[in-house]
Ligand binder design. Sequence first.
Ligand SMILES: NC(=O)C1=CN([C@@H]2O[C@H](COP(=O)(O)OP(=O)(O)OC[C@H]3O[C@@H](n4cnc5c(N)ncnc54)[C@H](O)[C@@H]3O)[C@@H](O)[C@H]2O)C=CC1
Ligand SMILES: N[C@@H](CC=O)C(=O)O
Ligand code: NA
Length: 434
Amino acid sequence: MSSDKVRLALLGCGTVGTEVVRLLHEQSADLTARIGAPLELVGIAVRRPGRQRGSDIDPALFTTDALGLVKRDDVDVVIEVVGGIEPARSWLTEALRAGKSVVTANKALLAEDGATLHDAAAEGGADLYYEAAVAGAIPLLRPLRESLHGDRVTRVTGIVNGTTNFILSSMDATGAGFGEALDEATELGYAEADPTADVEGFDAAAKAAILASLAFHTRVTAADVFREGMTGVTAADMASAKEMGCTIKLLCIAQRGPDSAGTDSVSVRVHPAMIPRSHPLAGVGDAFNAVFVEAEAAGQLMFYGRGAGGTPTASAVLGDIVAAARNRLSGTRAPSESSYAHLPIRPIGESVTRYHISLDVADRQGVLATVAGVFAQHEVSIATVRQSGREDDATLVIVTHGAPDANLAATVEDLRALDIVRSIASVLRVEGGA
Ligand SMILES: NC(=O)C1=CN([C@@H]2O[C@H](COP(=O)(O)OP(=O)(O)OC[C@H]3O[C@@H](n4cnc5c(N)ncnc54)[C@H](O)[C@@H]3O)[C@@H](O)[C@H]2O)C=CC1
Ligand SMILES: N[C@@H](CC=O)C(=O)O
Ligand code: NA
């Protein structure tokens, strides 16, 4: 590496990449002062070089050959803001094995196959930074990776998807249904043309896997995360939540604790949940993210801010570039992967959850006793029961105490089979003391 500057290659110049280039230019003098040497952008890999991306980018920097750029001898740090599994994985393993530092925002790749990247980083003695991959601008991974390394993290609960938080906040505020709120999110530019990854929880599940891996020193992949999207949350669910003094959020929950055999294990899940309005995550509105971390010695910590958007995400990328550049100049390295704990993953059926179940039933003598009997049969204890309506139009709203998810799922299945249950209008998990 040239000792008088740090040379950067940028892969991708879309929403995040354009902002990375702008900030590199605008803050060039400050960045040089903070690092102790200037940063030089030596190339930008794009798919369509002719596209307009800001007037101050030298057109000579653009190339369509990303791998060629990664392999150049005059590249010290590779910044990847393209996304997806391949070809990003091949580019980044090539860079890391060659000893080049990598800064990436690619949560999908880290959650699907972070092991390959970490192994390549170890092989090449290179830095792998990815603060932007979870909760955008919020400094969250560095605190988990460094500040909390003297402590034992027991639980991470978060709102880590901005698009769905915007939709649910809007449903809560206006009474709108999912479709209407999604249209609003699309119009305002929050939701992408294909919002599947957001609304079906894939994006949050990828982030949950990354958080759990860091928090519990164990490799957790997206496939280990129980995932349920939020497309089934209705205006009626939100109204019912409001009646109980709650709201509904798409939560990512990563927990460490004993499984049914008493073995220390990890459970990671993403699903919509009712939470009381007094819960610290209930007031997180709009497209904001927030993550609540509980650790044995530190107690409760809350991280809040913008988890999406080009500029906030670029802020996290720039922070990582500065760290990687400083390390190169001083000949030091970022903390390497910590996955020594090898904790087993607990299946969702063993997670202790509470349910809110809304049933349309015939208002006949003995209905309540029959319904209660199904809960008892599966050892699920009922906390509250509310009935509204009469005769053919009665609704029972039941909230349970905590029970293994498998018992709750079996209860719902048996309720569905009862003649007296006309339909199950909604089943929602309840978190946080509601
Ligand atoms: N947009 C956001 O709010 C956030 C994005 N991220 C992550 O940042 C990364 C980038 O996201 P965005 O900028 O939003 O995506 P984007 O779709 O706006 O930009 C990606 C760019 O990569 C380019 N590209 C695709 N294939 C390429 C190839 N073979 N060679 C060179 N360039 C290629 C595309 O043309 C596009 O310009 C993704 O991993 C995403 O998950 C992370 C946090 C927030
Ligand atoms: N689509 C994501 C973007 C950031 O990761 C979101 O909505 O949070
Ligand atoms: Na972050």
